[in-house]
Design a protein around this ligand. Structure first.
Ligand code: ADP
Ligand code: MG
Length: 202
């Protein structure tokens, strides 16, 4: 992956998250404290501002740079968790990437998020998006970007009937049911933006 592609990738992801910040805040207002959009906007504005500099390094180092920026800027529960995800991806990816390597890197990054959040799939968090996305990535095949988008969106929608077991939303118990998890939606937006770059539309 060359510098220009890395830059396009970081900018596409950052712009998508920033553009959806109000939506993320609305989701977090329903089952959290209403700061997810503000948190994510702050973090990804920093990524956008530093995209040129971040992308100058090889993929592994630039992903680590994104992770560090998110840890420093996002805050809340999601900052350290997204930071962990990008740092872990950075640790295992080099510029010469195959789908298999990305699959293994994402699998490792999901495990790192689980360890950091003491969380697992099925608890109404961002993991409920990354896990099904990993399965589609592992399958590979025709029309992968479009299938990744569909998987991410429906996975986020599938958090609606779930009861939150981790994070602030878990304080609501049964009342967390019936709302989409904000972190699941921000994860779906990130996957969607990455898929746009894969398709060459961003
Ligand atoms: P906070 O909950 O501290 O206000 P945010 O609102 O920025 O932080 O982020 C909330 C999101 O973080 C949740 O919607 C959920 O997806 C994710 N999250 C929270 N706790 C965990 C956890 N332990 N493991 C995985 N994801 C989590
Ligand atoms: Mg919040």
């Amino acid at each position: 992956m060359d510098r220009e592609t890395r830059k396009r990738l970081f900018e596409a992801v950052a712009r998508r998250v920033i553009a959806s910040a109000d939506q993320l805040t609305d989701l977090d207002r329903a089952i959290g404290d209403g700061d997810h959009g503000t948190n994510m906007r702050r973090g990804f504005e920093a990524v956008l501002a530093a995209a040129d500099e971040l992308s100058a390094k090889a993929l592994g180092e630039s992903l680590k740079g994104v992770g560090t920026t998110l840890v420093m800027k996002v805050g809340g529960a999601s900052g350290p968790l997204y930071g962990t995800l990008f740092l872990a991806l950075g640790k295992s990816l080099a510029d010469d990437v195959s789908r298999e390597q990305i699959t293994e890197a994402l699998a490792g990054a999901i495990e790192a998020v689980k360890a950091r959040g003491k969380s697992d799939v099925g608890q109404k968090t961002m993991l409920d998006v990354f896990f099904p996305v990993l399965a589609v990535l592992r399958e590979g095949g025709e029309g992968l970007p479009a299938r990744l988008k569909t998987a991410a969106k429906s996975a986020a929608e599938n958090t609606i009937p779930m009861r939150a077991i981790r994070g602030r939303a878990s304080f609501l118990g049964e009342r967390s049911i019936g709302h989409m998890d904000p972190g699941a939606w921000s994860s779906a937006l990130i996957v969607d933006a990455v898929a746009d770059v894969m398709e060459g539309v961003a």
